[in-house]
Design a protein around this ligand. Structure first.
Ligand code: SF4
Ligand code: SF4
Length: 174
């Protein structure tokens, strides 16, 4: 997210970005891709929601049912003591786009299991874009076609996590 060039730089100058104090859910597919890249399995944990907004998945029952474990936790990227995502460096995300968690790639799109919403996440300050500039010019991965592909993959991989859960091991680790 934060290496998505100009808009993200402007956003960062205004304060914390979407890579700080955010709960980044990772699918098992994300875990495998990140592990292949970093060779370090110690990047995720099971954690409850940081904010009430994350708990409210009333528009996405599938997410609510499949992502959360019975104790209210879900698999998320670890953060450092200041709330910054473990993969955030001074120059942005250290993960290449094709390795980055799917929800990071989809940001700032909003969506549920059925598809992408027309509106963008309100915290992404697209109003800072220079006049006449479209978000897809300044946010990597913003292209609708790519986003639809990632959205499909995200829900496919969420289903995979459920299969694992149904196998009876809530503490499954790759
Ligand atoms: S909120 Fe939007 S502009 Fe800000 S860092 Fe994230 S993707 Fe970039
Ligand atoms: S994985 Fe990368 S893009 Fe996602 S929150 Fe962390 S630093 Fe930001």
């Amino acid at each position: 997210m934060t290496d998505h060039v100009a808009l993200c730089s402007l956003c960062a100058q205004k304060g914390k970005t979407c890579c700080v104090e955010t709960d980044i859910f990772v699918t098992m597919g994300d875990v495998r891709r990140i592990l292949d890249f970093t060779k370090n399995p110690d990047f995720y944990e099971f954690r409850g929601c940081t904010t009430e907004a994350y708990k409210d998945q009333s528009d996405d029952p599938q997410w609510d049912r499949l992502v959360f474990r019975p104790d209210g936790t879900r698999r998320v990227v670890k953060r450092d003591s200041s709330g910054r995502c473990l993969f955030l460096s001074t120059t942005g995300c250290i993960l290449p786009l094709e390795v980055r968690p799917l929800i990071c790639r989809l940001h700032p799109h909003l969506y549920n299991a059925q598809g992408l919403y027309p509106d963008l996440a309100p915290e992404c300050p697209v109003h800072l874009l220079p006049p006449g500039t479209r978000p897809e010019q300044l946010i990597q991965g913003f292209c609708q076609e790519e986003a639809r592909h990632w959205h499909h993959l995200l829900y496919q991989e969420i289903m995979e996590s459920t299969t694992t859960r149904k196998a009876g091991d809530l503490n499954f680790r790759p």
